[in-house]
Design a protein around this ligand. Structure first.
Ligand code: SF4
Length: 475
């Protein structure tokens, strides 16, 4: 759960917290590896540190994993060496266990009954406890991820059959998990009973597809069937799809931050359009925090939908005041001290036509450390902005996430340390407002109900066994 350190450009994109992972699963398609590749490509925003695909032709599971973007990890010839009608895949931004190839997924392991491959989006909150116990009983771990704990629990289970072993493992873990699992003859999708992370089910012809978000289904021309339900296990094999609820129904605690920032705006997540929720958040923000101004501009890309909503509700013209460079990669070489002052200008360029002499309402989706916002505001001022009013389309982040999102510790979260007025003064804007807690939940509301909002409230809905032991959160 550590905040990233180092010297790449991406690490200075500190205005956002980062997602953990994306997963896919394919059953019954002659080009399963290619479908998994495309699905991961659509989910690239959920993790850029490593990518992996495991396939199976009914007899043997083969896998390839590598560090970097999906397109860098896989070539056409590599994909052609991953045969089979089944596949699972994973993109990763490290949370638990750190980065590195050793922790790239899918994890594959041999056990008494064959081979299993597992891809995990989420974070287990009792993995440390379980790992200690497993190691004391003789288990040898290859990497440091919490996902490996699931594999060990599966392999050591005395239950019969794949489903029995998996159920045995799932009943011991706590936290957040959306898993795709593959054995020699099945692809299985599982969601934790609170449904913290998304997982959807679709079809391409006769084949089945599972993915973290519907944007992956869209790319594959797959039809959306439904979400995998919280606490549900779907098993897809030669007999078709069977579903079982493996843990009793629990109040849903979907991650509201999927709507705020993580998910792609063209996805439907937890039954709602991400774009629609972001736009509704912007509309509510306009009603809660109105201000006289000449233009509403987003911090692209994640502030765009909320800025459109704010503009519509306020009647103030929407403008493209900042242009984002899409060519600043994660491996951007750190500038030397002499040119480091270019800072945020490498990523965002001001459009003077929109900015000069104007009173601006600037919409961003969230505020983490505040350092990038300060640079953006300075950039707008240097381009001639007369006033800058910062509006954040989510509440202040005051607590870290332990359910699969990489957030800084509380000491680095600016809203956990300072009042809104102190933050405003430090950022250098005329006014600063956040969307209220009620406003966000109302914008994201759907028929299924509950959301996790612990990073805004500190009310953690799932036990934090490991972290309480370590004394980390004040949950
Ligand atoms: S703490 Fe925040 S980021 Fe983490 S699952 Fe809950 S709402 Fe999502």
């Amino acid at each position: 759960m550590s905040a990233p350190t180092g010297s790449t450009w991406d690490e200075r994109d500190d205005e956002h917290i980062r997602d953990a992972c994306g997963v896919v699963g394919i059953y019954g398609h002659a080009e399963a590896a290619n479908l998994a590749y495309l699905g991961l490509h659509a989910l690239q925003h959920r993790g850029q540190e490593s990518a992996g695909i495991a396939t199976c032709d009914g007899a043997r599971i083969q896998a390839h994993r590598g560090e970097g973007l999906v397109a860098d990890v896989f070539s056409a010839s590599l994909l052609s060496r991953l045969p089979g009608h089944m596949a699972i895949g994973h993109v990763r931004y490290s949370t638990a266990g750190g980065g590195g190839l050793l922790n790239a997924q899918p994890i594959t392991a041999r056990y008494g009954g064959g081979t299993i491959a597992v891809a995990h989006n989420g974070n287990l909150t009792n993995a440390g406890e379980l790992r200690q116990r497993l190691e004391a009983e003789g288990s040898i771990f290859q990497g440091t991820t919490d996902t490996e704990v699931i594999v060990h629990l599966f392999a050591r289970s005395r239950a019969t059959g794949i489903e029995g072993r998996l159920l045995d493992a799932l009943r011991q873990i706590e936290g957040a998990w959306s898993l795709t699992v593959m054995t020699e003859d099945k692809v299985i999708g599982v969601r934790d009973p609170h449904g913290v992370r998304p997982l959807v089910l679709g079809r391409v012809g006769e084949a089945w597809v599972m993915a973290s978000e519907t944007c992956a289904l869209s790319l594959l021309d797959a039809t959306f069937e439904r979400e995998v339900a919280p606490g549900e296990m779907v098993i897809i094999d030669a007999r078709g799809l069977t579903s079982r609820r493996y843990l009793p129904e629990t109040p849903r605690k979907a991650c509201v931050f999927e709507h705020v920032y993580f998910a792609r705006p063209d996805s439907t997540v937890f039954g709602r359009s991400v774009y629609g929720v972001r736009k509704a958040s912007g509309r509510r923000l306009a009603m809660e925090s109105p201000i006289e101004a000449d233009a509403v501009i987003p911090v692209p890309d994640s502030g765009i939908a909320a800025a459109i909503g704010y503009s519509e509700a306020s009647g103030i013209t929407y403008g493209m005041g900042l242009v984002r460079s899409h060519y600043v990669g994660r491996t951007f070489i750190e500038p030397t001290q002499a040119i480091r002052h270019f800072g945020v200008k490498l990523k965002l360029a001001p459009v003077e036509e929109v900015i000069r002499g104007q009173r601006l309402i600037v919409i961003d989706d969230s505020l983490v450390r505040g350092t990038t916002s300060r640079k953006i505001i300075a950039l707008l001022r240097s381009a001639g902005a007369r006033e800058v009013h910062l509006r954040i389309s989510s509440p202040p982040i005051t607590n870290p996430c332990f359910y699969g999102i990489d957030t800084p510790s509380r000491s680095e979260l600016v809203a956990a340390q300072h009042s809104i007025e102190e933050i405003r003064a430090s950022l250098g804007c005329e006014t600063l407002s956040f969307l209220s807690q009620e406003g966000l939940l109302a914008a994201a509301a759907d028929a299924a109900g509950g959301f996790c909002d612990a990073c805004f409230t500190g009310r953690y809905p799932i036990p934090l066994a490991d972290y309480r032991t370590a004394g980390e959160p004040d949950a």
